[in-house]
Design a protein around this ligand. Structure first.
Ligand SMILES: [Zn+2]
Length: 413
């Protein structure tokens, strides 16, 4: 049977009624609803000649053996956030399943093709995203911290994953799954407004943003709001305010998708009758280019010292977290561009703000690319998340073409 993109839409609707309610999708990892969704997926692939296996990190693998052991991977995640959308993660899996079915029904492919359903991409229950893919990639280095995590009901992460046969001490053994991996392809909803604003159904993802996350603490002097003249103040909030506005110019001047956010400021004493003594400001900067990201950070730090001087206050920077930009494979980006143009006529290249399982695979050295399909109103992680059915169908067709090009490339190499 040829590829049937409309079947993917039907399956997504079926999954929604099976694992969602009036508040949205409820496929939170390590829950019964999630397990039901995975069992429903497994059942739908039973008629194909696949090897089915769950690895040490709880990832589900569906393998169609080809003439060569070298494998093209199609990936996604069946888990959702609580009250999530009907497409995030499962579109990738169900589109991959349709492509796998098309290939299987044509006979033995020249290379092995594997569908992977990563365990706990969202990290919704324990706050640790990319659980299964980071274990397989070998980048999960925080097992000691993971051991201490507990959900809202006090259930620990080791107990929760243990109920699904996953032993935290052994999750890195899942890395063996990538020994034969030659390429990784992932389709995902954009979860942002760019493609919709360009009126394009599909785009190629160039990579995931590098992130610098810092806490900027401004220290001045609390003083009475009535008795302290304006020119005698050491107002910590003034420094934070100037920086919050200045980083918008820093992002604008840097360009190429640069974003800077002052996500919050906590003031002390925080009462109406006092000048602010300390202002704790949260700053998040992102860029696809490591050099530009570094210079945005340096510029923000330099400006903060100027503002501290102007306001006669102190400023101190403390790193919260950072990750380098992850760039996808140039050859696969080219194939993705071609695939999208063949299906829709026009392609567009864009970075991804959120991290995805694909970033872990790329970091592990597997040539990787992602396709984005337009998200209506840019919304995700809510029941309002949506994409036009015709765009979903185009995305399945583009993934199929991308898979074919990639299989031919790996087979030739
Ligand atoms: Zn996702």
């Amino acid at each position: 049977m040829p590829l049937d993109p409309s079947r993917v839409v039907t399956r997504l609707e079926e999954l929604r009624s099976l694992t969602g309610n009036e508040d949205g999708a409820q496929r939170v990892a390590w829950t019964e609803t999630w397990a039901n969704a995975r069992a429903w997926l497994a059942e739908s692939l039973e008629d194909l000649p696949l090897d089915v296996e769950r690895d040490e990190a709880g990832n589900d693998w569906y393998t169609l053996r080809g003439d060569s052991e070298r494998a093209v991977l199609l990936g996604g995640h069946m888990d959702s956030v609580p009250n999530g959308g009907w497409l995030d993660g499962c579109l990738n899996v169900l589109a991959g399943a349709e492509v796998l079915r098309r290939i299987a029904e044509e006979g033995t492919p020249p290379v092995t093709v594997r569908l992977v359903d990563w365990a706990d991409e969202e990290g919704a229950r324990f706050g640790r995203s990319l659980f299964g893919s980071s274990a397989a990639a070998g980048s999960m280095s925080d097992q000691d911290e993971l051991r201490k995590l507990a959900d809202r009901d006090g259930v620990t992460l080791p107990d929760a994953v243990g109920a699904f046969g996953v032993d935290l001490a052994r999750v890195l053994d899942a890395h063996a799954q990538l020994a034969s991996a030659a390429a990784y392809l992932e389709l995902h909803i954009e979860q942002g407004p760019v493609l919709e604003s360009l009126d394009l159904p599909l785009g190629v993802v160039l990579g995931t943003f590098g992130v610098e996350r810092w806490r900027v603490t401004w220290t001045g002097q609390a003083a009475h709001a009535g008795s302290t003249p304006m020119d005698r103040r050491h107002d910590a909030l003034a420094g934070a305010s100037k920086l919050a506005l200045a980083i918008r110019d820093v992002a604008r001047e840097t360009g190429d998708g640069a974003v800077c956010t002052s996500g919050g400021v906590v003031c002390r004493p925080g009462i109406v009758t006092s000048v602010v003594e300390t202002a704790e400001q949260l700053l998040d900067q992102r860029h696809l280019d490591a050099g530009k990201l570094a210079s945005m950070l340096a510029r923000a730090q330099e400006l903060s010292r100027v503002f501290a001087e102007e306001e006669q206050i102190d400023v101190d920077w403390e790193k919260i977290w950072s990750i380098e930009p992850i760039l996808f494979d140039q050859t696969l980006v080219g194939f993705a561009d071609e695939a999208i143009r063949e299906v829709t006529g026009t392609s567009h290249r864009l970075p991804s703000g959120p991290l995805h399982d694909a970033a872990e695979l790329s970091r592990a050295g597997v040539p990787t690319v992602m396709l984005f399909v337009q998200s209506l109103r840019g919304l995700s992680h809510t029941k309002l998340e949506d994409t036009k059915p015709e765009h979903l169908e185009l995305s399945v067709a583009a993934l199929d073409r991308l898979a074919t090009k990639t299989i031919d490339w790996i087979a030739a190499g």
